[in-house]
Design a protein around this ligand. Structure first.
Ligand code: GDP
Length: 297
C-alpha cells in the first residue's frame, strides 16, 4: 500500500492499536491474565467475543507448542494468527466481468464504485458504470459525477425504471465495445429482503442470458465504523445476494477495524479492498498482513 494510504489506515485504527499495545507493552511474561486482557482488547476492537476467543485459544496452543513464553513472541505469533484468519482465497479476475456492488445506503457504495473505476482503468481495463439503483434519483446523479471524474461511460435510466433493464443496456454496451468491466450500482434496500432478492436474481438472469461469457462477481460494501451492525448487514446481504468479496470503507475515520474478522469468518469470503478516504484515489487492495500491522504497530 502506498505510504500515505497506509498511514491513514494506521491513523484510523489508532484507537484499537492503543488498546492492544497497552496490554502488549505492559508485561514481560505472557500469563493467563495477560491473555485475558488481550482477549478484551481484541473484543474492544470490534472483533466480537467468538473471534477474539478463537484467536487467543489458537495463540495459547501454538505458543505452548513452540515453548514461547515472552510477550514479544506472543505478539509476533498473534499477528500471524490474525493475518491467517483474514486470508481467504480470492476468485481470480477474469474478463469480461460484471461486478454487482451491494450494500445498504450510506456505506460508501457509489464512492467505492468511482474509486474502482479509476483503479481498474489505471490497470489498463475499460469500464462501463451501470446505475441500477433506480429508486433514488440522487444515486444515479452521484454515480454520474464519479463517472465524469473517472472519465468512464455511464448507463442510466429514469427514476423508477426496472433495474434489470438498466443492466440489460449496460451489458449490451459492454459487449458492443469489448469493455472489460461493467460495474453495477444496486439499490441498498435491505429492509425489503424479498424485493431485493428478486431484483438481484432478475439482474443475474439478464447477465447470464445476455452475457454468458462474463464472469459475475458480487462485491459487498461495508462501513467499518458501524461495527457489529456491519456484521449483521454482511450476513443479511450474503443470504440475499451470494457475495464473493467485501470492500471495507471509512477506515480512515473512527473505525476500530476489528469487525473485519467476524465478517470474514461468517461469510468465508475475502476482503478485497479497503477505503481510507473520500477521494477517488483512496482505495487500496486489501493485504491481511498490512492490515494486522496497522492494528498493532
Ligand atoms: P452509498 O449510499 O452507499 O452509495 O454511499 P456514498 O458513496 O454516497 O457514501 C456515503 C458517504 O460516505 C459520503 O459522504 C462519502 O464521501 C463517504 N465515504 C465513502 N467512502 C469513504 C471512506 O473510505 N472514508 C471516508 N472518510 N468517507 C467515505
Amino acid at each position: 500500500m502506498a505510504n500515505g494510504l497506509f498511514s491513514r489506515l494506521r491513523d484510523g485504527l489508532s484507537k484499537s492499536r492503543s488498546n492492544i499495545t497497552a496490554v502488549v507493552g505492559d508485561q514481560a511474561v505472557a500469563d493467563e491474565d495477560y491473555l485475558e486482557s488481550l482477549t478484551d482488547a481484541l473484543i474492544l476492537s470490534d472483533m466480537g467475543a467468538a473471534c477474539a476467543q478463537q484467536a487467543i485459544d489458537t495463540l495459547r496452543a501454538r505458543a505452548a507448542e513452540a515453548g514461547i513464553k515472552d510477550v514479544a513472541g506472543h505478539k509476533a505469533l498473534l499477528k500471524e494468527i490474525l493475518a491467517d484468519m483474514l486470508n481467504v482465497p480470492k476468485d481470480p479476475l477474469r474478463w469480461p466481468m460484471v461486478m454487482l456492488v451491494v450494500g445498504v445506503n450510506g456505506v460508501g457504495k457509489t464512492t467505492t464504485i468511482g474509486k474502482l473505476a479509476l483503479r481498474f482503468q489505471s490497470l489498463g481495463r475499460t469500464i462501463v458504470l451501470c446505475a441500477a439503483d433506480t429508486f433514488r434519483a440522487a444515486a444515479a446523479e452521484q454515480l454520474s459525477i464519479w463517472a465524469e471524474r473517472a472519465k468512464v461511460p455511464l448507463i442510466r435510466h429514469q427514476e423508477g425504471a426496472d433495474p434489470a433493464g438498466v443492466v440489460f443496456d449496460a451489458v449490451q454496451a459492454a459487449k458492443a465495445n469489448g469493455t472489460h468491466l461493467t460495474i453495477v450500482d444496486t439499490a441498498g434496500r435491505l429492509h425489503n429482503k424479498k424485493n431485493l432478492m428478486d431484483e438481484m436474481e432478475k439482474m443475474r438472469r439478464v447477465i447470464d442470458r445476455e452475457f454468458p461469457e462474463a464472469a459475475v462477481r458480487c462485491l459487498l460494501v461495508v462501513d467499518a465504523t458501524t461495527g457489529q451492525n456491519g456484521l449483521q448487514q454482511a450476513k443479511a446481504f450474503s443470504e440475499v445476494a451470494g457475495v464473493n468479496g467485501v470492500a471495507l470503507t471509512k477506515l480512515d475515520g473512527t473505525a476500530k477495524g476489528g469487525v473485519i474478522f467476524p465478517i470474514v469468518r461468517e461469510l468465508r469470503v475475502p476482503v478485497l479492498y479497503v477505503g481510507v478516504g473520500e477521494g477517488i484515489d483512496d482505495l487500496q487492495a486489501f493485504d491481511a498482513k498490512e492490515y494486522v500491522d496497522a492494528l498493532f504497530n
